[in-house]
Design a protein around this ligand. Structure first.
Ligand code: PMP
Length: 952
């Protein structure tokens, strides 16, 4: 259905700008590329007369064509602009109404069946009723969805700040206006105290206050001084002075023009939210036609008009001063179903900055601490502290839920469907007690399920924005909420087969019952968590078990908490024991990221930014015995540190016999051999430790990852007894290297259970057998698929290397980078582009097949395949079928792309017959961007790729 939307320039300035903006080109560039915007503006200004021109009467300023919602519904619309700004409309509403009527007639002539009135055009003339009586088509002010969106925005900001609305004093400014009145009605049942603020006493305002049991005020500063949450929707604008707000206030400003004075926040202890905004569905174009709103953000009055058109409903929806609560809920639910999103917070027209929220939360936390202190004091003064059963004294703190609106019910009790997890119902039940004038920030819940809804956003805000930015956009950074055995689950309940297995820390799978039982038993026995400089029975027992299973000459154990700490311990031991300073390592190695282990990690990308590193570290080529011999001949090295297989470096297996020979060379030069088994240990390669394949006996060995049974962080450095004594065997030296948490009870209990499980469930042999099955299957696929270079590895530590994208495609990509910004922002972007095949495979396996893999960070062309050692025969078959399908399909489309790029570069015409044929056994998923069945995401085993098929 066609729709129209009437807008006006917001101010004299924007009106002036629009004079140069023929066809909306300027506005379309707004929010996109700043440089392009500026140069276009410059061009327009210099090319055209700067003298004020008479704006034409009503005109079409933009078209919204081909709108498709997430349900597949379609609509198209036009934006009509009347030539008056807000002040002019308020000064002469009759004149403005004539323009609106003219726009409506133009829209009807174009074929629109509904017209929405944007901002000021909607508040004049009796909320559109006047127009509706005369217009040839349906009319809506869009106010219902605006109210819905404003309240969703409010609930969202409460959730982001742990503010319990039920405890807060809320002022609604702008009653008895339709938006303010409707919002007040909903909020009356949800907040601690409701204050209504009107410009002057009117019968309507008084009636509303009485009906809601709210206090009616006529003085905005007075209301601001008594409230924490302010929802403002006046038609006059500029009535809220930022300086008068209480510290910790939240203002949701729904008004146009805005009620909060100024064009930016002047305080960090107050949050200003632009209310009533929504984001268009992902399926719609996100570029903007509105100054000040971009990245798909629109005012919800436009949203309502779009939703009605998508629904094919040419009906007058939001007219008059009394908006219907049912209709507000209804349009909100419809909008959510079409994919409109109300969870994004904007402030002064810009997406809210992470640090704005963080700073606000700090203020709120400080206030909470102060309040608790005051509560404690008054409790103590009243001598009312209570003794609990076990003798602890508890202060009378009331635990409050983070937000009480998440029960998925509307005020009318109907369940809401199609709503994003963050979306809050309008009239949802709110827990907690009614409070006074003060705000209450609750403590967030700590259950995994409750935390998952905001987790990605918080990760982006507080932990790593890049991981979420890149991975989130491409849908390969998931939030996992549960792990059991070989699978993890996301918050939506979708299951994924885990081939990453914690980069080697989940050899036993997730939450192995034996490890869980061991940790639970240690907890039940109240084993002391840490008791430094004393004897811990669990640590002592684990050291004994480790020595039992380690290579013959390793007898002494040092406990740490991570891989890198065990490497630090090993390097220090080597230096103190030999009196030499040099540390030899391999190019491409990975031993950790703390400064010492980074110094022996042969990856300049990781090292360079942190130099200067530990001196006297030198790298030799991995697998090159001659280079090793030459380096060792200097006899300056305390140790040579090496991985049996370079896992992080891209699963690189050294030549047969390398480790054994390296051991001989070390012995000959009196250099200690440190073998880093952090990733290869605990059965991963089909032996308990990878050194066993070669019968090597290192002087020092490092372990971590799966030693914790997949649940606890623990690392262990094992070494020869004589080395230990030489280094630490005196009263002066025995405590030279220690770790506060090393050898903690729970970690050691987990370690003991991990070793027992490995042995009793025969997991080492399992790794050998499933590894062989995987290796054979992948080798077969490799032999048939041009996309793949090779598969390598040992046991269940495998890497599938892809060929880089053809040069033609990389070059094509580079050309598409019109301004070269990508090159400026992303160093080595060619390398990144080259790695697209493996990234694509990773993304597809995840989203299409429910199989979780990762590429090697140091070599992103390698897909790491490293499942728990408990993976079954059938699961391996499933993995092989999925990898075959993904790889053959991508190979095919690459060839088509390559052919097209090459042919078009040569100016030739590509005929369909020139394209490579699609292999018979692949199933292109035409138009399927969605995922497979949620309940059973891992596809049933398919026929694996027949040898040599379809690629000739
Ligand atoms: N050594 C090796 C061989 C590793 O694979 C890793 C981690 N991938 C480390 C050391 C560092 O371990 P952590 O991340 O626990 O510090």
């Amino acid at each position: 259905m066609r729709f129209a939307f009437v807008v006006h320039p917001l101010s004299e300035q924007t009106k002036a700008l629009l004079q140069w903006d023929e066809g909306g080109n300027l506005r379309r560039r707004w929010g996109g590329d700043l440089m392009e915007f500026c140069s276009y503006l410059h061009h327009q200004i210099t090319q055209r007369s700067i003298a004020k021109q008479q704006l034409p009467s009503v005109r079409v300023i933009d078209e919204l064509l081909g709108l498709v919602s997430s349900t597949g519904a379609t609509a198209e619309g036009r934006l009509y602009e009347i030539p008056l700004d807000a002040e002019e409309i308020l000064a002469d509403p009759v004149h403005a109404m004539d323009y609106v009527a003219e726009a409506t007639q133009m829209a009807a002539d174009w074929g629109a069946e509904i017209v929405g009135l944007g901002s000021m055009t909607g508040v004049i003339g009796g909320q559109g009723t006047w127009l509706a009586e005369r217009a040839p088509i349906a009319v809506t002010t869009g106010n219902s969805l605006t109210v819905y969106a404003a309240l969703q925005n409010l609930h969202q900001v409460c959730a982001e700040t742990d503010l319990d609305l039920k405890q807060a004093a809320v002022a609604v400014v702008g009653v008895p206006g339709s938006i303010a009145a409707a919002a007040a009605k909903v909020l009356a049942g949800q907040c601690g105290k409701l204050l209504l603020v009107a410009r002057r006493p009117t019968a309507r305002a008084e009636e509303l206050a009485e009906q809601l049991g709210a206090e009616l005020l006529f003085d905005i500063p007075h209301a601001l001084a008594r409230s924490t949450v302010v929802l403002s929707a006046t038609s006059t604008g500029n009535c809220i002075d930022q300086h008068l707000l209480r510290s910790g206030s939240i203002v949701v400003d729904v008004a146009v023009p805005t009620d909060v004075r100024g064009s930016a926040a002047l305080r960090h202890d107050v949050l200003f939210i632009t209310g009533g905004l929504s984001r268009v569905p992902e399926t719609m174009p996100l570029d903007s036609m509105f100054l000040g709103f971009h990245h798909g953000m629109i005012p919800s009055c436009l949203g309502e008009t779009m939703v009605l058109a998508l629904e094919q409903r040419a009906e007058c929806y939001s007219l008059g001063r009394n908006l219907d609560a049912e209709k507000i809920n209804h349009i909100g639910t419809l909008a959510a179903g079409h994919g409109f999103d109300f969870s994004r917070l904007y402030s002064f027209g810009q997406q809210i900055e992470p640090s704005t929220l963080i700073q606000y939360r700090k203020v709120a936390a400080q206030r909470r601490r102060k309040r608790l202190k005051t509560a404690d004091k008054s409790t103590a003064n009243g001598n009312r502290s209570e003794a609990t059963a076990n003798g602890h004294t508890s202060s009378r703190r009331v635990e409050r839920p983070a937000n009480g609106h998440a029960n998925g019910k509307l005020g009318n009790g109907k369940a809401v469907s199609g709503r994003s997890p963050e979306q809050q119902p309008l009239g949802g039940a709110v827990n907690g007690q009614a409070g006074g004038d003060g705000e209450q920030h609750g403590m967030p819940s700590t259950t995994v399920a409750a935390l998952s809804a905001r987790a990605a956003r918080l990760h982006e805000r507080y932990i790593n924005p890049v991981l979420i930015g890149v991975g989130g956009k491409n849908n390969f950074t998931k939030t996992f909420v549960r792990g059991e055995g070989n699978y993890v689950w996301d918050a939506a309940g979708r299951r994924y087969l885990d081939l990453v297995a914690g980069f080697g820390s989940l050899n036993l799978g997730h939450n192995h019952p034996r490890v869980v039982a061991a940790i639970t038993a240690a907890l039940a026995a109240q084993a002391p968590g840490f008791a430094q400089a004393s004897v811990n029975p669990l640590a002592a027992a684990l050291a004994e078990r480790l020595a039992d299973i380690a290579p013959r000459n390793l007898e002494m154990v040092f406990f740490a908490n991570s891989g890198t700490e065990t490497v630090e311990a090993a390097l220090k031991l080597a230096r103190i024991a030999t009196g030499r300073a040099g540390l030899l390592h391999c190019e491409g190695s990975f031993h950790g990221k703390s400064l010492g282990s980074l110094s022996v990690t042969g990856n300049p990308n990781y090292q360079k930014p942190f130099g200067p590193l530990v001196p006297e570290c030198k790298a030799v080529r991995f697998g090159d015995l001659e280079a090793l011999e030459r380096a060792l001949a200097s006899r300056q090295f305390a140790a040579f540190i090496v991985e049996p297989i370079q896992a992080e470096g891209g699963v690189i297996v050294p030549p047969e016999g390398y480790l054994r020979e390296a051991q001989e060379l070390c012995r000959a030069s009196e250099t200690l051999l440190i073998v880093d088994e952090v990733q290869t240990g605990m059965g991963r390669t089909g032996e308990t430790f990878a050194v066993e394949h070669d019968g090597v006996e290192p002087d020092i060995m490092t372990l971590a990852k799966s030693l914790g049974g997949g649940l606890m962080p623990i690392g262990a450095m094992l070494c020869r007894r004589d080395l230990w004594h030489h280094a630490y065997g005196t009263l002066q030296t025995f405590a030279l290297h220690t770790s506060t948490f090393g050898g903690g009870s729970l970690a050691c209990a987990a370690g003991l259970a991990a070793i027992a499980t490995l042995e009793e469930e025969n997991l080492v042999q399992q790794a050998r057998e499933r590894g062989q099955q995987l290796l054979e299957g992948l080798s077969k696929i490799c032999a048939e698929c041009d996309l793949l270079r090779e598969v390598r590895g040992r046991g269940l530590l495998l890497g599938l290397e892809f060929n880089p994208l053809p040069d033609t495609i990389v070059a094509h990509w580079r050309q598409m980078q019109s301004q070269g910004m990508g090159y400026f922002l992303v160093p080595q972007i060619d390398k990144l582009v080259e790695s697209v095949p493996s990234m694509y495979a990773m993304q597809n396996l995840l989203n299409e097949f429910g199989i979780y893999t990762q590429v090697a960070r140091s070599n992103p062309l390698v897909l790491r395949i490293q499942p728990p050692l408990t993976i079954t025969h059938d699961e391996v078959d499933t993995v092989l079928a999925a990898i075959a399908e993904v790889c053959f399909e991508l190979d095919h489309s690459n060839k088509i792309f390559d052919t097209i790029v090459v042919k078009s570069t040569l100016g030739e015409h590509t005929r369909a017959s020139e394209l490579p044929p699609l292999p018979a056994h692949t199933h292109p998923r035409k138009g399927s961007s969605g995922s497979r069945d949620h309940a059973e995401p891992v596809s049933a085993p398919r026929e694996s790729a027949p040898k040599g098929s379809g690629r000739e």
